[in-house]
Design a protein around this ligand. Sequence first.
Ligand code: ADP
Length: 228
Amino acid sequence: MIIFKNIIKEYNNGVKALNNINLHISKGEFVFVVGSSGAGKSTLIKLLLKEVEPTSGKLFFNKKDITKVKNRKVPIIRRKIGVVFQDFRLLPNKTVYENVAFAKEIIGASAKEIRRQVPIVLSMVGLSKKANSYPNQLSGGEKQRVSIARAIVNNPTVLIADEPTGNLDPETAGDIMDLIMQINRRGTTVIMATHAKDIVDSMQRRVIALSKGKVVRDDQRGVYDHEV
Ligand code: ADP
């Protein structure tokens, strides 16, 4: 479903953030992407979202080489990819309901679809009772649940989570991981960049390790770090 073929990304300042990446991620997989700061994790994610373009190589998403996709068609790709960030990125002046509804409004969903689907995802993430709260009235875990609801409300085929537990205490992080796993079990491919060694080690999922822009390890049932 996602294939990186000889992907090189060199930024304008000459930094080679990704140096010949070859990866194959199947539909429905759950993949951790690990590596120290500067290893190239964010660049990998930005390529998928077409926020940056590779210097060379091909990147297939659903059989289409998205490096060839015209700018005006980028929203069609982004619609199929939900994203969750460490810092939540909620709109502070909108309620929980409105934050999630907004993700549907921008793709032109009808009022009827919004009224039907937003309560369903809010219930799925356990936030039905907080629908009318504002982000500053929520705990970190609740904020991340809103951001997950927003990421999945348009039924993406892929959920990208960039350090989703980075701002959460271990217990809340565990709850958020349960939710992400639940989404994965429903068939959504999940790509999660993280530094959370405990989580990676406990889940025994595929681990792709990056170092200095290269894939240095790709284990089907991996751990965070071999050296410890
Ligand atoms: P990670 O997410 O693993 O911390 P990044 O993909 O952010 O890694 O960065 C990989 C390398 O690319 C680093 O050396 C970083 O400094 C560099 N880099 C990232 N973004 C840019 C940019 N916009 N311009 C120049 N260099 C960048």
